[in-house]
Structure formats: C-alpha cells, structure tokens
Write a protein that binds this ligand. Structure first.
Ligand code: IYR
Length: 222
C-alpha cells in the first residue's frame, strides 16, 4: 500500500458534457489525417521541436512506471548515411528471398522496395529503443514490465505529437534491425524497436489509396 502522502490530487481536462461530442469528433477528424509518409523533404526541423515531441512521447503509461524507452534523435548526415546503408543491406536481403511471396504480395499496394532514400533525406531519424531491463548506479539489474506494450504506447504518443506539429513520419521496421544498436552504440539492455524518419512531406508527396476499417468491423458492444 502507498502511504496517503504518496498521492497527489488529479484534475482532468474537464470537458463539459455539451462539448464532449464535438471535441471527440474534431479529434477523430484530425487524427484521421495522419498517414505514414515515404516522400520526405530535406527541409530542416528545429531541435526544440523534436525535444517537445519526445517529451510528449514520454507521457505514455508504462508497466510500473519504468518508462523503459530511449529515443535516439539523429540529424547527423554521416550517421543517417550509415543507417541508410545498413538498412538497405538488410532490406535488399528481405526483398530478395527472406520475405515470403505472401508478404511481398501484401506489400504491393504500398510500392515499397529495398531502397530507403528517406533515411538520408528526412531531417531527423528518431530511433526508438526498448529497455528490456535496467542496470542501476550500483550495477544491479532490475526488471522492466510489459516493455513492448509500454514502448508501443510511447511510440503512438510520439506519432501523435509529430502529426500535431504538421510534420510526417514513417514507422519503419528494417528487418533485422540490430545494426541500429551497433551504429548508435547502445548498451546491452536496449533493443531497437522502431526507426521513425520525421520531417516535412515533399510538395508532390503521395500516399497509397487505402482505407481504414469501418467502426462496425472493429468494435463489439456488450
Ligand atoms: N521492412 C520492409 C518491408 C515492409 C514490411 C511491412 I509489414 C510494411 O508495412 C512495409 C514494408 C520495408 O520497410 O520495406
């Protein structure tokens, strides 16, 4: 049990009942404009914006509040180039034998291939790492809990904050992606989770003409 003094008062945003329907409708319409982009402009984004976006991501809930995540924000052209080279090497293998025919078929609507120019063009790459355990200042190992769920939630918050800024992102998962831990010299308790280029879309950016499942196909009421 927590001592009572460990708790502090909580105040919600206090949206009135009259406004709630409109607020939720407006929010849905806004988030429904989010799309995964592959056509990135090289227009820079200031570091403070990326800091705010990462701070927003860090507000996600996590198992036992362990916050088992590290966000590596990369703008160095050399590091981006190294990441691109390593990612394309793995992706080439993927598209030339590692991925099944069914998988390649499923990806056809997206027009993807092993070329990943956006890894150099986008002004920022945010590489999300999960911390599968933690080492404290005495070198003692501590468990983290629900690490995938926690880091997935934080990544969702991150994408949301990117969208709010009018910027775009791609949840890229080069496979396998251990090269990211090596390139960024991450400690042994960290595993790469997602590679997220962030920036502006090009003026002629296009996205696949795909749709979201309707509510009736994703909800069951009890
Ligand atoms: N990692 C590859 C393949 C790929 C896989 C899925 I699942 C996608 O939604 C998109 C691409 C690539 O990035 O091209």
């Amino acid at each position: 049990m927590h001592a009572v003094e460990d708790f502090i008062p909580y105040h919600s945003l206090e949206v009135s009942e009259e406004k709630m329907l409109q607020v939720t409708q407006d929010y849905y319409e806004k988030i429904n404009k989010r799309r995964s982009l592959r056509d990135f402009s090289d227009k820079p984004v200031e570091k403070e914006v990326i800091e705010n976006i990462i701070k927003a991501a860090s507000c996600a809930p996590s198992g036992a509040n362990k916050q088992p995540w590290t966000f590596c924000a990369v703008s160095s052209p050399e590091v981006k180039k190294n990441i691109r080279i390593a990612a394309e090497k793995e992706e080439y293998e993927g598209y030339h034998g590692r991925m099944s025919e069914e998988w390649l078929d499923d990806l056809k609507p997206f027009g993807t291939d092993w070329n990943k120019p956006f890894l150099e063009t986008a002004p920022w790459l945010i590489v999300v790492f999960k911390q599968v355990y933690e080492i404290d200042e005495h070198g003692i190992r501590h468990n983290n809990y629900y690490v995938n769920e926690s880091v997935g939630l934080a990544s969702g918050f991150l994408l949301n904050a990117i969208h709010e800024a009018g910027l775009v992102a791609l949840t890229h998962t080069p496979s396998p992606m251990n090269f990211l831990a090596k390139e960024l010299k991450r400690p042994a308790n960290e595993r790469p989770y997602l590679l997220i280029p962030v920036g502006y879309p090009t003026e002629d950016a296009k996205v696949p003409n795909i749709t979201r499942k309707p509510l009736k196909d994703i909800v069951e009421w009890y």
